[in-house]
Write a protein that binds this ligand. Structure first.
Ligand code: FMN
Length: 381
């Protein structure tokens, strides 16, 4: 199987599985507990059907959206994800380059493996920085200052990870940073020697967003310990309100689910919220963002941008979300499998296919711009 054989999400997933050592593939592919929410995320889009209009003159369509103050050429962007250089040796560079070519936004994770400054300097396209809130308030201020100085367009605070999700696939393989592989996990690495060769012959693995502030070197701080020791589970709305003021720019909360919280986010001045369950990786049993979308848009859609992520695999999923009132959608695994499968060309191909699906879907729906989509275009079963 080659990249040219990949025509959809599932093909990229299959190719990624062939390329990656099992523990790394399962880190991407897995989710929390019984992975119920993970499965529901994708299924949620099948609870409703699109109702197209015809004969509307759709020879050219405009796929652009303006969200969080950024003009994006497509209604989807690459949501921030951790540790990308484990998936392919080019990591965030490959994703940023592909997003930039397409004209959409990408996110840099706090656990990213390339520095936000390098990415900001190299690529023109809008960039958001995914932030975790630390116990040390001075550290939070220093990190925000650094993001401001580097020219980050959107601050995205993840609020669904107040404690780590229970990822049982990782427990079985021993996936953690640093690696603490089980014997089974080690064997799976041995079966994919090319990955190991690429890993050791390229730049040393680092976490540059954190390295400048926290000693992550060697065994002194694992990511697990970073979460339990450095991040602040006592974070409240007052802390976020202060951050919003301090950032004084586009500020988005990632991981909001309830109407009550969406209203609160609007009242403290957030410019947007991402309805998200972290790709099913945190609270298993929580609702899919798509299922929660309509009521949140009804409550706050006129006060901030409502975005969703989770389970998006097709252009038609994006059209359904926009019909319900989302301003844009984030994708995660839909670009991570392509990254693992083939680096930058893989991500370019995946994003290009998704764009083509959105374009085709718009034409078949009879809309020439995305703001023409409405709830009239959807029926729930
Ligand atoms: C491997 C992996 C790593 C992730 N790392 C982060 C992260 O560091 N910060 C964050 O806010 N979300 C992270 N996410 C969640 C994504 O940003 C996004 O919410 C989720 O992947 C969307 O679901 P999808 O994968 O079904 O598209 C991660 C997701 C995956 C699959």
């Amino acid at each position: 199987m080659r990249l040219s054989d990949c025509h959809n999400f599932h093909d990229f997933r299959t190719l990624a599985k062939r390329r990656l050592p099992g523990p790394i593939f399962n880190y991407i592919d897995g989710a929390a507990d019984d992975e119920v929410t993970y499965r529901r995320n994708a299924e949620s889009f099948e609870h409703c059907d699109l109702v197209p209009n015809i004969l509307r003159g759709v020879q050219s369509v405009d796929m652009s959206v303006t969200v969080l103050g950024q003009k994006l050429a497509t209604p989807f962007y690459c949501s921030p994800t951790a540790l990308q250089r484990l998936f392919h040796h080019d990591g965030e560079r490959a994703v940023a380059a592909a997003a930039s070519k397409l004209g959409t936004m990408f996110g840099v994770s706090s656990l990213g493996t390339v520095s936000m400054e390098e990415l900001r300097k190299t690529y023109e396209t809008p960039q958001c920085y995914q932030f975790y809130f630390h116990k040390d308030r001075g550290l939070n201020r220093a990190m925000m200052q650094r993001a401001k100085e580097s020219g980050i367009n959107v601050m995205m605070l993840t609020v669904d990870s107040i404690t780590g999700g229970n990822r049982e696939r990782d427990l079985r393989t021993g996936f953690s940073i640093p690696f603490r592989l089980t014997l089974g996990g080690m064997t799976q690495f041995a079966l994919k020697p090319m990955w190991g060769i690429n890993f050791v012959t390229h730049e040393k693995f680092k976490l540059p967003q954190l390295d400048a502030h926290i000693d992550m070197g060697g065994d002194t701080m694992s990511i697990g310990r970073y979460f339990t020791e450095m991040l602040d589970p006592s974070m409240t709305w007052d802390d976020v309100a202060e951050m919003v003021k301090l950032w004084n720019g586009q500020f988005c909360l990632k991981g909001v689910m309830s109407v009550e919280d969406a209203k609160r986010a609007a009242s403290i001045g957030c410019s947007g919220i991402v309805l998200s369950n972290h790709g099913g990786r945190q609270l298993d049993g929580s609702r899919a963002a798509f299922d929660q979308l309509a009521e949140v848009v009804d409550a706050v859609g006129d006060r901030l941008d409502v975005i969703i992520d989770g389970g998006i695999q097709r252009g038609t999923h994006i059209l359904k979300a926009l019909s319900l009132g989302a301003k844009a959608v984030g994708i995660g695994r839909a670009y991570l499998y392509p990254l693992a499968a083939a680096g930058q060309p893989g991500v370019e191909r995946a994003l290009g296919l998704l764009r083509t699906e959105v374009e085709r879907g718009m034409k078949l729906m009879g809309v020439s711009s995305l703001d023409q989509l409405s709830r009239n275009n959807l029926r729930f079963r």
